[in-house]
Design a protein around this ligand. Structure first.
Ligand code: A3P
Length: 323
């Protein structure tokens, strides 16, 4: 047996176990030994009780906004880098550590009944996030929203176009989604960002590798658009949150926006910005048929997965599979 100084020992250790070089933050509050050496001015209450995980373009901002209207639900402070989203569990922010993450949350006035949460729509389809989220907040509840993946892809394309992305401006949606291996790399990247998150079954399975199905709530995004009051009722039941709010007193349909918005006064609503609920032409029949074909087997697998895990099949999926 040989003794070596700590630094050398560390180097040696990671040579022997290179797979452990990437940290996996665990919750200090769940381990007696960790808690004992954790600074006394830190609080276990500053971690989210639930996450809205996405995917992007399914109505996550509307859900985030509606949730934030509830007096017992507290969201994260806005991140200057990614607008409102913290995006901790994906990408390089993770390496900034738990303290960095906790700084995004207020200290809840009533830790037992208040619910901290954050919404980062990029979590849904990131390979590492379920494992990392489970490492730190294994008891957290998860909420995701599903719309027809073809619609999601098109909404993403329109979003990127609205941000003047040269590839999205130069290629039609059909050209993007049908790009083959010989297409320029940037075009293939955009195709991937349009299509990959919509292979829902792949991503959901990964989440359920780490979290029990009862901790995940799946919202039909079409219902969130058309019946958000009912959706918010179900979300509150899933969270077991008190008091139970009747959202018909907080939100109403705004004919000008074409979506539900926050009620400010008798004749005034506050809707989401221009970037949410954009106006753009319908998808052509050609691209609709192409994407229907592309997603068919994934949607069939999704339906089996949902049934197996006792989730309700969203109406759009029932309809799709009846074609
Ligand atoms: P479009 O702009 O393509 O219509 P996200 O917030 O996840 O980026 O999702 C944006 C989508 O949310 C919008 O896509 C819109 O269809 C949908 N949405 C659902 N409810 C909404 C609401 N109350 N106000 C605005 N957009 C809403």
């Amino acid at each position: 047996l040989k003794q070596v100084p700590p630094l050398e020992l560390g180097i040696k250790y990671f040579e022997m176990y290179p797979e452990e070089r990437d940290p996996l933050w665990q919750n200090p509050c769940l381990y007696k030994r960790h808690l004992a050496i954790w600074s006394t001015n830190k609080s276990c209450d500053r971690l989210p009780k639930f996450l809205v995980i996405g995917p992007q373009k399914t109505g996550t901002t509307a859900l985030y906004t509606f949730l934030s209207l509830h007096p017992a639900i507290l969201s994260n402070y806005n991140s200057p880098d990614t607008f409102e989203e913290v995006q901790f569990f994906n990408g390089n922010n993770y390496y900034k550590g738990i303290d960095w993450y906790m700084e995004f949350f207020p200290i809840p006035p009533n830790a037992t009944s208040d619910f901290l949460f954050e919404k980062s729509a990029t979590y849904f389809d990131n390979e590492l996030v379920p494992m990392r989220a489970h490492g730190l907040i294994p008891k957290a509840k998860l909420i995701c929203i599903l719309i027809h993946p073809a619609k999601r892809a098109y909404s993403w394309y329109q979003h990127i176009r609205a941000h003047n992305d040269p590839i999205a401006l130069n290629y039609t949606f059909l050209e993007v989604v049908t790009a083959d291996d010989s297409a320029p790399r940037k075009l293939r990247d955009l195709k991937n960002r349009c299509l990959a998150p919509g292979i829902y079954v792949q991503h959901l399975s990964r989440w359920l590798d780490y979290f029990p199905a009862r901790q995940l709530f799946i919202i039909d995004g079409e219902w969130l658009k058309s019946h958000p009051v009912a959706v918010m009722h179900n979300v509150q039941r899933f969270l077991h949150i008190e008091p139970h709010y009747n959202y018909s007193q907080l939100i109403r349909f705004d004919p000008k926006k074409g979506f539900y918005c926050q009620i400010l006064s008798e004749d005034k609503n506050k809707c989401l910005g221009r970037g949410k609920g954009r106006l753009y032409p319908n998808m052509s029949k050609e691209v609709t048929d192409y994407l229907r074909q592309f997603y068919r087997k994934h949607n069939v697998a999704l339906s089996k997965f949902l049934k197996k895990n006792q989730y309700r099949i969203p109406d759009w999926l029932e309809e799709e599979l009846s074609h």
